[in-house]
Design a protein around this ligand. Structure first.
Ligand code: TYM
Length: 329
């Protein structure tokens, strides 16, 4: 049985990119693996350090995990900050993480550009904390979207380096995972390549249907193709990519055909896309609204998750300490 670890930062509500890039696979993987799915609240502090909303953000993600079908009886669901062993591993791994490699990551450079007034050490060492999340349970597989590929590469490098330095094949090299397919990237509605919260182009998983409809209808389009079978511009391809994940293959085929014969009516396509997104998200939103009010259940789930996660984490820390020469008198 493989060990699977993944998490999502608690910076607000989950969007369709998070769902199709990661969460959907969490749900699929819990059936046959030893899974740890956490809410990365420490990671959210690198960009969103606001004590008045931190807890609610964690709660949102927790409820969205549960509403999407992660089952706390099958997978271990926990809050990152409930497992202090992760922080110890983060510190230890940081001793062997070099400034050159950390400052070269795409995510660091992007964040440093976006928030030049707050290029903090947490941002720089974001990949070491992520590696600690993964290595603390010695994961085999990590379900993530395409944007996390570089972080996974670094995680493997840290694992190899640790094993080499301490002379034991202790950590496994965790693989970014999407059921044998390429990792995916869900595009935004504004023509940009990636749906993302900071890009402001998201459809949220538990969003009000009217708002979903409005956002989709406003998506960027043009006059339509004039040549049969022409290549789609990116912003049109994006709508097709979204359709591919929420609509039936027949629907996708129908609009592709319309595109190829220059008969496409974007209004119809967007109406269909909005309806399919709403159809898909409605049961999740309904479960979400239910779960949100059940504080007792949320307390139980996070307590049970923290206990299970700490048990696995404590074992790793014990081994790592010994390997590094930290021994009791
Ligand atoms: P985060 O919170 O930015 O995103 C969470 C997950 O959603 C995926 N994702 C997408 N996938 C496809 N298309 C998109 N437009 C899209 N936007 C987001 C991300 O790839 C990710 O899988 N560093 C992580 C959180 C993390 C983590 C970990 C993940 C912390 N520790 C350990 C795995 C293992 C992050 O920022 O994801």
């Amino acid at each position: 049985m493989d060990t699977v670890v993944s998490g999502i930062r608690s910076t607000g509500h989950l969007h369709l990119g998070n769902y199709f890039g990661a969460l959907r696979n969490f749900v699929r993987m819990q059936e046959e693996n030893n899974c740890y799915f956490f809410i990365a609240d420490y990671h959210s502090l690198t960009t969103h350090p606001d004590p008045s909303i931190l807890h609610d953000n964690v709660k949102n993600i927790l409820c969205e995990y549960l509403a999407s079908g992660i089952d706390p009886e099958k997978a271990t669901i926990y809050v990152q900050s409930d497992v202090p062993e992760t922080v110890e591993l983060y510190l230890l791994l940081n001793m062997h993480a070099y400034l050159g490699e950390l400052s070269k990551t795409v995510s660091f450079k992007e964040k440093a550009r976006k928030q030049p007034e707050n290029v903090n050490a947490g941002l720089l060492t974001y990949p070491t904390l992520m590696a600690a999340d993964i290595l603390i349970h010695n994961a085999d597989k990590v379900p993530v979207g395409k944007d996390q590929e570089q972080h996974l590469e670094l995680t493997r490098r840290f694992a190899r380096r640790f094993n080499g330095m301490y002379g034991q094949e202790y950590f496994k090299e965790a693989a970014a995972y999407n059921f044998g397919e390429d990792l995916i990237k869900i595009p935004g509605l504004d023509g940009s390549g990636k749906m993302g919260k900071s890009e402001g182009n998201c459809v949220y998983l538990c969003e009000d249907p009217k708002l979903i409809q409005k956002k989709v209808m406003r998506a960027l389009t043009d006059q339509g193709p004039t040549e049969p079978n022409s290549v789609k511009p990116d912003y049109i391809e994006n709508l097709f990519t979204l359709m591919k994940v929420v609509s039936t293959p027949d629907t996708l085929e129908y609009f592709n055909e319309k595109w190829n014969t220059c008969e496409i009516r974007y209004g119809d396509m967007k109406k269909q896309l909005a309806a399919d997104i709403i159809n898909f998200t409605t049961p999740i939103r309904e479960r979400y609204l239910d779960i949100c009010n059940n504080e007792e259940y949320l307390r139980k789930v996070t307590k049970m998750g923290a206990e299970k996660a700490r048990e696995s984490a404590a074992k790793t820390i014990k081994d790592v300490r010994l390997l590094m020469g930290i021994r009791p008198f």
